[in-house]
Each structure stands twice: as structure tokens, then as C-alpha cells.
Design a protein around this ligand. Structure first.
Ligand SMILES: [Cu+2]
Length: 316
């Protein structure tokens, strides 16, 4: 048992945040967690207001995903990948005693969310490994090109708090890194167009609205994917820190519509460039839209595009 575990506070964090362990706030723990699904109600705690979560998120502002080892838990990649070759990528998470962790809580329908991005933030994959009885996780993975990648393991050990650990994966060969794209607020994928409204603000919570359309028509029948209509992962350019992101509402709560808008609240730990990746499901298939935002320094004033009410409720 991790001595640092502060279960009470942590449980709050668990309830609300979005998947991706976005740990702004070590103590809060990152999280994944819209608490939707009845079927894992035992693992996650009852829902709780976003306001409640925000209140408790102020203790420590070190973002998640920056460390390979944190709070006694360590991410250990066991496989070296070759460019363009699909392989069974294996890893463990070990505890303070060096033993592989085998007991995990379910967050967003899964015990492990595994995200791999190229270090230049050009490519993104969000996959769900399977764990063997000995605690070794594995997932088929292809990294198309050579270069440096960052892998994030987003999980919560049973009895511990949610964590996002990050490890570098290096793929041998020639590599041409891409510069961070200019600010991009529209993303096209498989005939879908996703538009991003709202802004990230350093040090306060901003509202981000993603609007999905297809062939020029709003998509109003998005399908729940891992307990939400969309999953947003946001990473800071320069060090790939995870942002704290959580969705506004969830399928079946009586007020959240299945599109065309998906609303998130996110807080940027600093001014700078960010890449955002949205997973959404429609007609049985999950697709990823990507965006680039640049945020200015904290001003204490509402960001220009933020809606007064949403912003007020969520700032702190
Ligand atoms: Cu996941």
C-alpha cells in the first residue's frame, strides 16, 4: 500500500476527470473517469460535480505523464519496436517493491489506457492492452516511422490513486521531425469535420467545444465510446505534459446529447503550444481528430471565447 495514498481526495478526482489521467495535481491524481457505467460502479466512485473536483485540484500543479516512476509505481517497457513492423508491445507497471502490479481499478471501462504519441506530436494512438495473470500487459502496436515516441500508461492501481506514467520509446532509423503545426481549429478525418471552439488558458479552466459534422451536416448520433461521447487527450509541446481534461456530462445522464457538440473543460499548466486529440465513435468506428492550440499567459481574466458561466464555475 502506498503510504502517500490519500484516498479521500483521490476518490473525488477519480470520479470526474476524463481519461487520460491528466494529472494536473498530483494529489488529485489524474484520471480517467467519467463515472458512467453502472458496470464498473464498484471500481469508480459515485459521480460528483465538476465543481467539487476542481476545488480539490489545487494542491500541486505538476502535470501527469512526465515521469516514468511516480509514487512508487514504475512503467517498464519490455519490447523494442521496429519501424513499420506490427509487434506485440509488452510492458509492466511495478510497485515500490519491484513487483508487477496485477490489481487495477476500471476507469472508463478499462483497467489500462495506453497512449503513444510521436515526440513531435504528429502521431497519436490510444489503445487498450490486455493483462496476463503475471501483470504483463500486451497490445499489438505499429509505429510507422523511426523516431522518438512517448508512451503513457494511464491507470489506477487498486487501493491507490490514478496515475499517468510516461516512458520514451525509441525506434531506430532515419527520422524527420515535424514542426508543431500552426494553430488548427478544424480537423478532417474520414469525411468528418470537427471544429474546435474555445481556448485553453494557463492557470484557469477553459471550455472547449468540439462540433462534429459529416458531409456538411451536424452529427447528432454519436455513439458512446468508453463511457463518453468523446475522449480528449491534450499534450503540451516541448515536454508532452498531460493536461487535465474532463468531459461535460456523459451518455445517459439525461442532458448530454449525442452530438454534434462535445464539451470539455481543460486547464493548461502554462502558456505555450498544445496538441489535442479527440477520439469519437460514429457508425461503429472510432476516429481521431487532432488540433493545435496556443495559449497566452495567465491573466486572471476570462479567456475571450470562454462562456461566462462555464468559465466561472470551473475556474479556481
Ligand atoms: Cu483508453
Amino acid at each position: 500500500m502506498n503510504a502517500a495514498t490519500k484516498l479521500g481526495a483521490y476518490v473525488l478526482g477519480l470520479a470526474v476527470v476524463f481519461g487520460g489521467a491528466l494529472g494536473v495535481g498530483n494529489m488529485t491524481g489524474p484520471v480517467v473517469g467519467e463515472p458512467p457505467a453502472e458496470h464498473h460502479a464498484a471500481a469508480t466512485k459515485p459521480t460528483e460535480s465538476h465543481g467539487g473536483h476542481q476545488a480539490e485540484q489545487t494542491k500541486n500543479d505538476t502535470p501527469g505523464g512526465l515521469q516514468v516512476s511516480e509514487k512508487g509505481y514504475t512503467l517498464n517497457p519490455l519490447t523494442t519496436l521496429k519501424a513499420g513492423k506490427k509487434a506485440d508491445f509488452r510492458f509492466t507497471v511495478t510497485d515500490a517493491g519491484g513487483e508487477p502490479v496485477t490489481d487495477y481499478q476500471v476507469q472508463h471501462d478499462k483497467k489500462m489506457h495506453f497512449i503513444v504519441v510521436s515526440r513531435d506530436l504528429d502521431t497519436f494512438q490510444h489503445v487498450h492492452p490486455e493483462m496476463a495473470a503475471d501483470g504483463v500487459w500486451s497490445v499489438p502496436l505499429t509505429l510507422e516511422s523511426a523516431g522518438a515516441y512517448r508512451a503513457f500508461a494511464d491507470f489506477a492501481p487498486t487501493g491507490g490513486e490514478a496515475l499517468t506514467l510516461g516512458a520514451d520509446l525509441l525506434v531506430a532509423g532515419d527520422h524527420e521531425p515535424k514542426p508543431l503545426p500552426e494553430e488548427t481549429r478544424t480537423s478532417t478525418v474520414d469525411g468528418y469535420e470537427v471544429k474546435l471552439d474555445g481556448d485553453l488558458a494557463a492557470g484557469s479552466t477553459g471550455k472547449l467545444t468540439l462540433t462534429v459534422s459529416k458531409d456538411g451536416k451536424p452529427v447528432t448520433d454519436l455513439e458512446p465510446y468508453l463511457g463518453a461521447y468523446g475522449h480528449l487527450v491534450a499534450l503540451r509541446a516541448g515536454d508532452l505534459a498531460y493536461l487535465h481534461v474532463h468531459p461535460d456530462g456523459e451518455p445517459g445522464d439525461g442532458k448530454t446529447k449525442p452530438g454534434p457538440e462535445i464539451v470539455f473543460y481543460a486547464e493548461a499548466p502554462s502558456a505555450g503550444g498544445y496538441r489535442l486529440f479527440l477520439d469519437f465513435q460514429h457508425e461503429g468506428k472510432v476516429r481521431t481528430a487532432d488540433f493545435t492550440l496556443r495559449t497566452g499567459p495567465a491573466t486572471g481574466a476570462p479567456t475571450p471565447d470562454a462562456e461566462p458561466t462555464g468559465h466561472g464555475e470551473h475556474s479556481h
